[in-house]
Ligand binder design. Structure first.
Ligand code: ZN
Length: 544
C-alpha cells in the first residue's frame, strides 16, 4: 500500500449519533480550530512565546511519534518510504495542513531527509488571527509532528525546521527535515523546544507572573473596597449576526485607544462588552475597573472616581486614590454615564481633556493613563437636546458608539446564552442540570426578554434551583416565560396556521394553570371544543 492510498473514509470511524470516534484505530477528537487558537493565545500569554512554542512542539512531537507507531502496523506498506511519506498525508487528512512535495530540492547543504510545502496551515491561520503576524515561523505543532513522525520511522533523531511560514507573512510554509548530524550547529537553537527543561523554565516564569498578578489584584481590591467586580473574563457569548457585527467592530476599535460609548437597554451586557474591549486591547495586562455612576450620590462619586486627601471631608481618615488612578495603564468603564450630574460632567470632561485627575481636597493634579469607556441605557443625544447632558462631554465620549442590540433582536443568541448560564449555575449550585426539554427551549425562544441577558441569567439560575430532573422543563421557568405566547407573525418565521393555533391554545391553557373552563372562556370557544382540540393535540403528541 502507498501513502496516497490512505482514504479518510476508511481511516475515520464514528457513530452517527456520537460517541467514540477513531482515526486509524486510535481514539480521536474533533476540535474547533478557533478554540485551539484561543488555547494557543493563552499559552503564549502565560508562558511567553518560547514557553508556548516548546509546549506545542512537544505536543506535536508526541502526536507524530504515536501516529507513526500506529500506522506502522495498521497497513501493509509497499516499502518503508511509503510509510514515511504517510505522515504528511495523514496531516492533510486530519485537516491541519495541505501538503505538497517540492518538485526539486529548494535548499542548499546536505541532501534533506524530508521536504514539504504546506498550504493552509491551521496553525499559521490561528496564530495570525489571535496573535498577529510573527517574526519567526509559528507552525510549531506541525513541525513537532513531522520531527516525531520521522524520528520514529527512522529510528534516529530527525529534526524538521520550518523555513518559510504563512504566520510571518510568507506565501506558504516550507519544511526541511535532516538528521541531527546533518544539521550540525544549525539545529542548536531549535533543540531546547524539544526538551522539557524549557517547560520548567516557563513554569518558573509563570509563578513569578502569577505573583505579580495577585499583587495587582490585591491592590485593586483595596482601592475598590468590597465591591470589586469579579474578573471572570469577558464572557461574551455570541451567535447572532447582529451581535457578531458588534463584536467585530468592538474587536477593531479595541486596538485603538479612543473613547467608546456603549449603548443599549439595561441588562443587554454592556459591561461584558466593555470587558471584551479591554481584553482585546493592548491594555489587557492592566486593570479593568468598572463603576456604576447611577448608584452613587454625587459627592461620593467624585471621591470614588478621583480619590481624596486625608481630612478632605468627614470620614476621610486617610489619603485614598480614586478609580482613575486604580485604572492607570488599563481601562475605566463609567456605567450609567447618563445619570451623572452637570457639575460632575464638568469634572469628567476636564479629566478627559487634561488626562489628569485631582483628588478631592488636594491642589496638585496627577497624570493618569486610562482608556475611558462609557455606557448608558439612555438616549444620550436627547439628554443633550434637553440640556441635561453636556454636548462637549457627549462628543468626547462618543468617539465611537457601539449599540448592543436587545435580546429580542438577536434571538439566535438566546439558547447559546441560556446554555452557558445553565452550565455555570449548575456548577455553582452543585446540581446536575444539563439541558432543556424541547418545550422549555421553545418557550425561551418565544419570550421577549424585556430584561435582556440579565433576565435570562436570573431565569436560568432559578430554573436550575427548581429543576426536578437533569432537564429544565417549562414549569421551572418563570411564569411569564412559561406562558409567553408567540406573536402571530415574525418575518422569516412563517408557520402553518394549525401549529400557531395549537401553540396559542396550549399557552392559554398553561396561563390558566390548566383550568380549561377559564381558558375556553378567554378564547371565546366552547369548553367541548377546547377538550376536542386538546385531545387531538395529545393524539399527535403535540402537548409539550
Ligand atoms: Zn507555518
Amino acid at each position: 500500500m502507498k501513502a496516497a492510498d490512505l482514504d479518510l473514509r476508511e481511516l475515520l470511524h464514528f457513530e452517527p449519533k456520537g460517541g467514540v470516534l477513531t482515526f486509524a484505530g486510535q481514539r480521536a477528537l474533533l476540535f474547533d480550530a478557533v478554540a485551539l487558537g484561543l488555547l494557543r493565545r493563552e499559552l503564549v500569554k502565560s508562558l511567553g512565546l518560547s514557553g508556548a512554542r516548546g509546549m506545542l512542539t512537544r505536543f506535536g512531537y508526541a502526536h507524530g511519534w504515536r501516529t507513526a507507531e500506529t500506522l506502522k502496523n495498521a497497513f501493509p506498506w509497499d516499502d518503508e518510504s511509503e510509510w514515511r511519506r504517510a505522515g504528511g498525508r495523514l496531516h492533510a487528512l486530519q485537516g491541519m495542513v495541505t501538503f505538497e512535495l517540492p518538485s526539486r530540492a529548494t535548499n542548499t547543504g546536505p541532501e534533506a531527509f524530508a521536504e514539504a510545502i504546506w498550504h493552509d496551515s491551521y496553525e499559521a491561520e490561528q496564530h495570525l488571527l489571535h496573535l498577529g503576524r510573527a517574526e519567526e515561523p509559528v507552525c510549531w505543532t506541525l513541525t513537532g509532528f513531522a520531527s516525531g513522525y520521522l524520528s520514529y520511522c527512522n529510528g534516529r533523531e530527525i529534526y524538521c525546521i520550518e523555513e518559510r511560514c504563512r504566520g510571518k507573512g510568507d506565501a506558504v510554509c516550507t519544511l526541511v527535515g535532516r538528521t541531527r548530524e546533518d544539521w550540525g550547529d544549525a539545529i542548536t537553537p531549535h533543540l531546547p523546544f524539544y526538551k522539557k527543561e524549557c517547560l520548567e523554565e516557563a513554569l518558573a516564569q509563570v509563578a513569578t507572573e502569577l505573583k505579580r498578578v495577585e499583587e495587582r489584584l490585591r491592590a485593586r481590591k483595596k482601592v475598590l473596597g468590597h465591591d470589586a467586580p469579579e474578573s471572570t473574563g469577558s464572557g461574551v457569548v455570541v451567535q447572532s449576526e447582529a451581535m457578531l457585527r458588534v463584536l467585530d467592530l468592538a474587536r477593531r476599535i479595541a486596538k485603538v485607544d479612543s473613547t467608546v460609548l456603549i449603548t443599549g437597554e439595561s441588562g443587554v451586557g454592556k459591561e461584558r462588552l466593555a470587558r471584551f474591549i479591554h481584553d482585546e486591547s493592548v491594555r489587557t495586562g492592566g486593570p479593568f475597573v468598572a463603576i456604576n455612576c447611577g448608584a452613587m450620590p454625587e459627592g461620593l462619586l467624585e471621591s470614588e472616581l478621583f480619590g481624596h486627601a486625608k481630612g478632605a471631608f468627614t470620614g476621610a481618615t486617610q489619603d485614598r486614590p480614586g478609580l482613575f488612578e486604580a485604572a492607570n495603564g488599563g481601562t475605566l468603564l463609567l456605567d450609567e454615564i447618563g445619570e451623572v450630574s452637570p457639575p460632575m460632567q464638568v469634572k469628567l470632561l476636564r479629566a478627559l481633556q487634561e488626562r489628569e485627575v485631582r483628588r478631592v481636597g488636594e491642589n496638585k493634579s496627577r497624570k493618569v493613563d486610562v482608556r475611558l469607556l462609557a455606557a448608558t441605557n439612555r438616549d444620550l443625544l436627547s439628554e443633550v437636546h434637553g440640556a441635561r447632558f453636556r454636548q462637549d462631554l457627549y462628543y468626547r465620549l462618543r468617539v465611537v458608539e457601539l449599540r448592543v442590540p436587545p435580546l429580542r433582536e438577536r434571538r439566535d443568541d438566546i439558547l447559546a446564552l441560556a446554555r452557558t448560564f445553565l452550565a455555570s449555575a449548575s456548577e455553582r449550585m452543585g446540581r446536575k442540570v444539563t439541558s432543556f426539554t424541547p418545550g422549555a427551549a421553545n418557550q425561551l425562544l418565544r419570550y421577549d426578554w424585556p430584561g435582556n441577558v440579565r433576565e435570562l441569567e436570573n431565569a436560568m439560575e432559578r430554573a436550575v434551583a427548581l429543576a426536578k430532573t437533569s432537564q429544565i422543563d417549562i414549569d421551572d421557568l418563570p411564569e411569564e416565560v412559561g406562558i409567553a405566547i408567540p406573536s402571530a407573525y415574525a418575518p422569516g418565521d412563517v408557520r402553518p396556521l394549525a401549529d400557531v393555533e395549537r401553540d396559542y391554545i396550549l399557552a392559554v391553557v398553561r396561563a390558566n394553570q390548566g383550568n380549561k373552563a377559564a381558558a375556553a372562556e378567554q378564547l371565546e370557544i366552547g369548553v367541548a371544543t377546547l377538550y376536542r382540540k386538546l385531545k387531538q393535540y395529545e393524539s399527535v403528541g403535540g402537548v409539550s
